[in-house]
Design a protein around this ligand. Structure first.
Ligand SMILES: *Cc1c(COP(=O)(O)O)cnc(C)c1O
Length: 303
């Protein structure tokens, strides 16, 4: 069977993720209807938005017969984890550049990636910062000739069409809420936003000033679209940081809603959303959908 058939099967086998209505006293009090799109259930290993973002990048790598895939990430990276799993399924070698020292970053994410055949190269923080520097990238390409280079988080223009397909699976709504880091998921959704549905991205990192620009870089028409906004006040101190009290609130929220949440993306964004509902930011009668972008694997290491 050709690799493209394996790709087709990979993207056919993952059934549409369910949409689940949520109950909570706060929602009732503010007369908000909230459902959650469970993209965490899309695929057992290639979770959530990474499954969608990688879709056409993988197809391109296969049609261009790239000898392998190469990308970057932190030690708990959902993107590297998903890429390793996808590479294994497609029979494509993968290389992951991991920020940090090997001894300081042994965890279940990286063990899975290794088990699925990903070659891990550890990069010190100072050097990792050069990952967009053309000279550094050229040297990297020399070491891995022909490999398809994928940016951190899988966010590049070719990630957008796979994400845009999500709209076909959603009912009518007033607003779609999602966690936001590198902006690729929001950009993909914006690229096919039905009129009348507003998008709100809850930033999970400190990104005043440049986050909106990142979205616009990935999808330039975003500059002329007033149907999206970023919530920048709920980052909890920065990427992967989560104060102890918030961690507890996320655990309680997950159990009240009967939905698994982790503190880096889905939990942080959901907590931010609940705070904003409480603050009256969403008018009574609003029909909201929260996109669960997956990433539960990252919380196994005791984040
Ligand atoms: C990568 C990731 C995000 C961030 O998506 P961006 O497209 O980078 O904004 C959100 N949630 C989860 C679970 C992720 O793994």
């Amino acid at each position: 069977m050709s690799l493209l058939h394996v790709w087709q099967r990979l993207y056919r086998q993952a059934s549409r993720s369910p949409l689940q209505p949520l109950d909570h006293p706060l929602l009732e009090r503010h007369r908000i209807s909230l459902s959650i799109k469970r993209d965490d259930l899309l695929h057992p290993h290639i979770s959530g938005n990474k499954w969608r973002k990688l879709k056409y990048i993988l197809r391109q790598a296969l049609t261009e017969q790239a000898p392998g895939l190469l990308s970057f990430g932190g030690a708990y990276s959902n993107h590297l984890h998903a890429l390793a799993a996808a590479g294994k399924q497609l029979g494509l070698p993968t290389v992951g550049l991991v920020r940090g020292e090997p001894h300081s970053v042994a965890n279940p994410t990286l063990s899975d990636a290794r088990r699925w055949g990903m070659t891990l190269e550890f990069v010190e923080r100072a050097e990792y910062r050069r990952r967009q520097d053309p000279d550094w990238l050229a040297a990297l390409a020399d070491r891995h000739p022909g490999y398809r280079l994928i940016p951190e988080g899988g966010s590049e223009p070719l990630a957008l069409p796979g994400v845009a397909e999500l709209w076909r699976e959603l009912p009518a709504a007033d607003e779609l809420i999602l966690p936001l880091a590198s902006g690729g998921t929001l950009a993909g959704l914006l690229s096919a936003r039905p009129p009348g549905v507003r998008l709100t991205g809850y930033a999970v990192l400190k990104g005043h000033g440049w986050l909106a620009a990142t979205v616009q870089q990935l999808y330039p028409p975003a500059a002329r679209d007033d149907g999206w906004r970023l919530q920048l006040d709920h980052h909890g101190g920065g990427y992967a940081k989560c104060p102890g009290d918030d961690r507890e609130r996320i655990t309680r929220l997950a159990s009240a809603l009967a939905v698994p949440l982790e503190p880096v993306y889905s939990g942080k964004a959901m907590l931010g959303l609940f705070r904003d509902i409480e603050a009256g930011m969403y008018p009574a009668g609003s029909r909201l959908i929260f996109l669960h972008t997956g990433g539960l694997q990252g919380a196994r290491g005791g984040l």
